[in-house]
Design a protein around this ligand. Structure first.
Ligand code: G6P
Length: 363
């Protein structure tokens, strides 16, 4: 096992550090020779969805939720994102021309598989986004797109989500171009930014880990955390909170930053820290004003932001910038590393957290 861990203390850490390579592998064979266009043969035969229904569980659900933002803005496809265990028993409605995208690292999650079977019976076309080759969901989907992340051993998913985000980016670009929503220049520039990520991330990860370690020492005494994000950072707030819960057993709640005043603000006090995602985009001032509300109530704040941000908060953690929603490729590893360092500092069994399974094959 030690050899399999490649010198890392845990599989989770190894898998976090594999993410630059995962991005590269995910792009392999999916770009035109001049790198200017997406080539996704898996989608060529299918029409462009009128509406897209994304169904998944856990971390894969968060990847789907992030994808909603780019499907809407880059491809103008109305998109809904559903938790499989809920979708399964609802009287769901699929229109003619709608397509279903099921996302599952393992390809074996019982609820997700049940949804796939349900929508197929209703006549929908299903695209499966899977990591495990030949898995049930991969086999039963009309079209499968593999995430090519390699085996993920750690129960808490890290690199698989990264690979899902790469493929989802490519899908949104593919449909966006087909529908003439995106210009060729926009597609090429986004792909250029995506292709730069492996190198940028590789360079950034060691310092990110150090920062995560320092913050873990400072904050791991907290009994509960609030994670806030807005826009494409909202699903990331959910994922950051999930990672922390899963492996450190510290309670954490992910919230849409603007929704904070409708409840969680009542909890703010000096012992209830907020982990905020505040990227340098159009929503920056909005999140900043949410954080002022937290400060006014003496809440401690860790702000995950970017180089150009000017913020006076307890802990400001700056990560590299990419192009718009692609900032996710830096924010996600930061969240993973923070959860990892807290759990490791507290001496938890990082790779095998209690009560959790890598793949939930029963209902
Ligand atoms: C379990 C795992 C999670 C995973 C979820 C969905 O809860 O512990 O890490 O995100 O299942 O798994 P899937 O294989 O369908 O992506």
């Amino acid at each position: 096992q030690a050899a399999q861990k490649g010198g890392y203390k845990h599989f989770m850490l190894k898998e976090i550090f594999e993410q630059p390579l995962v991005v590269t592998n995910c792009l392999t064979g999916r770009l035109s020779a001049n790198h200017a266009r997406v080539t996704l043969p898996e989608l060529e035969e299918l029409s462009t969805p009128e509406r897209l229904h994304i169904i998944a569980c856990g971390t894969s659900f968060h990847a789907g939720l992030w994808a909603m933002y780019i499907m809407e803005s880059w491809a103008k496809i109305p998109t809904s994102v559903e938790i499989a265990s809920e979708y399964r028993y609802r009287d769901t409605i699929l229109g003619k021309g709608d397509q279903v995208l099921v996302i599952s690292q393992s390809g074996e999650t019982a609820d997700t598989l049940a949804c796939l079977r349900k929508v197929k019976q209703q006549g929908a076309k299903v695209i499966g986004l899977c990591n495990v080759v030949g898995s049930s969901i991969a086999r039963e989907s009309d079209t499968v797109i593999y995430t090519q992340a390699g085996p993920e051993i750690s129960v808490a998913s890290t690199k698989a989500m990264c690979s899902q985000l790469v493929v989802l980016t490519l899908m949104a670009l593919f449909w966006g171009r087909r529908k003439h929503v995106l210009t060729e220049a926009e597609e090429t520039e986004t792909l250029d930014a995506l292709r730069r990520i492996p190198e940028q991330l590789e360079a950034a990860l060691p310092a990110m880990r150090e920062q995560a370690n320092a913050l873990a020492r400072q904050y791991s005494g907290a009994r509960s955390f609030l994670y806030l994000g807005r826009g494409p950072c909202y699903p990331l707030a959910l994922e950051g909170a999930l990672k922390l819960k899963e492996i450190s057993y510290i309670h954490a709640e992910g919230y849409a930053a603007g929704e904070m005043k409708h409840g969680p603000i009542a909890l703010i006090d000096p012992d209830f820290p907020t982990f905020a995602l505040i990227m340098c985009d159009d929503l920056f001032p909005k999140v900043q004003s949410n954080l002022q509300e937290v400060q006014a109530r003496n809440g401690k704040i860790i702000a995950l932001t970017q180089d150009d941000a000017v913020l006076t908060l307890d802990s400001v953690w700056k990560i590299p910038r990419s192009r718009g929603p692609l900032d996710v490729f830096f924010a996600l590893p930061a969240l993973q590393l923070f959860a990892y360092e807290v759990a490791d500092y507290l001496g938890k069994d990082v790779d095998q957290p209690r009560n959790l399974a890598k793949s939930v094959t029963v209902e």
